[in-house]
Design a binder for this molecule. Structure first.
Ligand SMILES: Nc1ncnc2c1ncn2[C@@H]1O[C@H](COP(=O)(O)OP(=O)(O)O)[C@@H](O)[C@H]1O
Ligand SMILES: O=P(O)(O)OC[C@H]1O[C@](O)(COP(=O)(O)O)[C@@H](O)[C@@H]1O
Ligand SMILES: [Mg+2]
Length: 326
């Protein structure tokens, strides 16, 4: 592979707060190191529809504080086929782009892995998703902001839950991962979190009620991770209505507000460090790795590892939650 002169950058999959800080860091570090940068709009879709513009340092001015992504994002079915990826490769060649930085979640990095392998094309991934479901990094860009948003929402719901002495099931995002639910529950002082990671091991609802849940309290808050495995908050509320009719139950589904907002300092710093390290990785001849953070150190995680479906939760957090909710 000839020397890299031009780097393309895109955001893909669900947007996450801090993606703009990452775009800024990649662009500025690349220019600092003498590369040209091109911004690709709408994720992999932009490679099929040729939506690519030159990025200068001014293109990323005043964006570090903004939620969403200035490059827009999309989910692109065509990129999942070899024909779609061939078209994407042709577009990259046409624009003389020699390497790609992909900011996205597990799906986006799966796409980058397939593309890098088929065309021997240098790709670097940055973990950008509120779900925190990428293996090999302690945190993903957007996770901390979403966690803070959840905490603020639960604080508000608690006021009405307490006044009416109700049991609230609050559904949070995470796709198939319970990080937001579990840490959101600890941060907001909730009674419990119902998460997919242990759904097949125990009936979390029955366990909660049998453990003397609500003995000394007049209201309760349970965070539920959205997932077919947990059934979601609605299904749990229906179960309580049938099996434990003594409870006055309400459901609140937080939805897409969890993806918005100005990134926290933690997410901005994470995105800045990872974005800058993406350029170091290319200079260091690294290929097809996700840049992660582990014990406050930058790490290179091969795509194949990063997209493993089973990033484990820290089980001691479940004990902490249980202990603090008596
Ligand atoms: N196995 C795959 N092969 C090729 N491309 C993929 C694959 N999985 C996902 N992608 C691409 O990545 C995009 C984003 O994936 P998605 O799972 O929706 O979001 P995220 O990256 O946030 O997890 C998809 O729309 C598709 O274009
Ligand atoms: O934007 P959509 O299509 O409604 O997707 C919702 C999903 O996206 C997320 O917000 C983020 O997931 P990704 O980062 O994997 O795209 C999930 O938590 C949620 O399940
Ligand atoms: Mg994902």
């Amino acid at each position: 592979m000839a020397a890299i002169k031009t780097i393309g950058i895109l955001t893909s999959g669900g947007d996450a707060p801090g993606m703009n800080a990452a775009i800024r860091a990649v662009t500025r570090s690349a220019i600092f190191s003498g590369f040209k940068v091109k911004g690709i709009y709408r994720g992999y879709k932009g490679l099929l529809t040729n939506e690519i513009v030159d990025f200068k340092t001014q293109n990323v001015s005043n964006i570090i504080q903004m939620g969403g992504t200035i490059l827009k994002t999309a989910r692109c079915q065509e990129f999942k086929s070899p024909e779609g990826r061939q078209l994407a490769y042709d577009t990259l060649r046409q624009h003389e782009i020699d390497a790609l930085v992909v900011i996205g979640g597990d799906g986006s990095l799966s796409g980058a892995r397939a593309f890098a392998t088929e065309f021997n094309f240098p790709c670097i991934g940055l973990p950008g998703t509120i779900d925190n479901d990428l293996y090999g990094t302690d945190e993903t860009i957007g996770y901390d902001t979403a966690l803070n948003t959840i905490m603020e929402c639960v604080d508000k719901i608690r006021d009405t839950a307490t006044s009416h002495e109700r049991l609230f099931f609050i559904e949070v995002m995470g796709r198939d991962a319970g990080f937001l639910a579990l840490n959101g529950a600890i941060a907001s002082g909730a009674e419990a979190a119902i998460i997919p990671e242990i759904s097949t091991e125990v009936d979390q609802l029955a366990e909660l009620i049998q453990n003397g849940f609500r003995k000394s309290k007049n209201s309760s808050i349970v965070l539920v991770a959205e997932s077919p495995v947990t059934g979601g908050a609605m299904a749990l509320a229906e179960r309580v209505n049938k099996e434990y009719p003594e409870y006055d139950v309400r459901v609140s589904i937080l939805g897409h507000l969890q993806r918005g907002g100005s990134p926290t300092a933690r997410d901005r710093i994470l995105a800045s460090r990872l974005g800058s390290a993406a350029i170091d990785a290319l200079l260091d001849d690294q290929r097809n790795v996700m840049i992660g953070i582990s014990n406050d150190e930058i790490v290179y995680v091969p795509f194949s590892k990063a997209i493993k479906k089973d990033k484990p939760i820290n089980r001691s957090l479940l004990d902490t939650l249980r202990r603090l909710s008596i």
